[in-house]
Design a protein around this ligand. Structure first.
Ligand SMILES: O=C(O)CCC(=O)C(=O)O
Length: 256
């Protein structure tokens, strides 16, 4: 893993284009990680009270108790940037945008962001999938920044990827376990898996067709992650319509 200086080398861009992912390592300093952790915990505390979150480990439900009390938990808050100025500000972090610019070009818009939380001992899996199987965006060239607020390894829910899998879209089915997640596991050759360990404040980037998976978290360590999904202006969504610039989908950089 190479540490980032703000933008990528030609070698790193070539690697992303060939492999569909790029581990960067630590990018955010510990002071910022502390601020983000506090805000993350505050927002999950609030969400657990109001029910304004999803537990992807169980079938979709509006019941706050069912979501909170389920034995397994893969918790998701969509659009942290609509709940928190701290997370909205993070979307504009120049270090992240410089990297994404090298991968996607000079005009960058948010598709959406999400917090993905695997609590200690109960954290459940996110099954093998390509993001664009959910999104069905055109063109299929979105790039995600996956950012960790805890030290993350294979024991507590690290990102697993299949190099080169972004080069073609594959079929997905709804998982057997929960109707909140797709699962393309049958079509994945696990011998090709690469596991990406990251320290708190670390980032990795992946293409929207890169097959990826995160395992359950049976450890005593929580795993707090945050994903920012970037697109180029002019991208169309599932319904064929342009995903216009809005409060939910701000333009993050425009250098034409
Ligand atoms: O955070 C996780 O466990 C899964 C993340 C993921 O699937 C994504 O960012 O696309």
């Amino acid at each position: 893993m190479e540490s980032a200086t703000g933008s990528l080398t030609a070698g790193q861009v070539a690697r992303f284009n060939a492999d569909g992912y790029l581990p960067i390592g630590k990018l955010l300093d510990d002071n910022l990680v502390d601020v983000l952790r506090d805000e993350y915990d505050r927002l999950f505390g609030e969400a657990r009270e109001t029910g304004n979150f999803r537990n992807l480990a169980i079938d979709n439900t509006d019941s706050v108790d069912e979501k909170n009390d389920a034995g397994t938990q893969m918790l998701q808050i969509m659009q942290m940037c609509e709940r928190s100025l701290v997370f909205r500000q993070l979307l504009y972090d120049e270090r992240i945008l410089d990297i994404v610019q090298d991968l996607l070009g000079p005009n960058l818009q948010l598709f959406h962001d999400q917090a993905l939380y695997k609590p200690a001992r109960q954290g459940d899996a996110v099954f093998w999938h390509q993001d664009n199987a959910y999104w069905q965006c055109v063109p299929a060239n979105l790039v995600s920044c996956w950012l960790t607020l805890d030290d993350v390894d294979r024991e507590n829910g690290a990102m697993h990827v299949i190099p080169g899998s972004h080069l073609s879209a594959i079929d997905h089915e709804m998982s057997q376990q929960t109707n909140a997640l797709l699962d393309s596991g049958d079509r994945v050759d696990p011998s090709q898996t690469v596991v990406i360990d990251l320290p708190a404040g670390g980032v990795m980037f992946h293409h929207c067709q890169t097959l990826h998976f995160t395992p359950p978290n049976p450890t005593d360590r929580q795993r707090r992650a945050f994903a920012i999904h970037f697109m180029t202006p002019g991208t169309r969504g599932k319904d064929g319509n342009y995903l216009d610039v809005s409060f939910s989908r701000p333009l993050l950089r425009a250098r034409m």
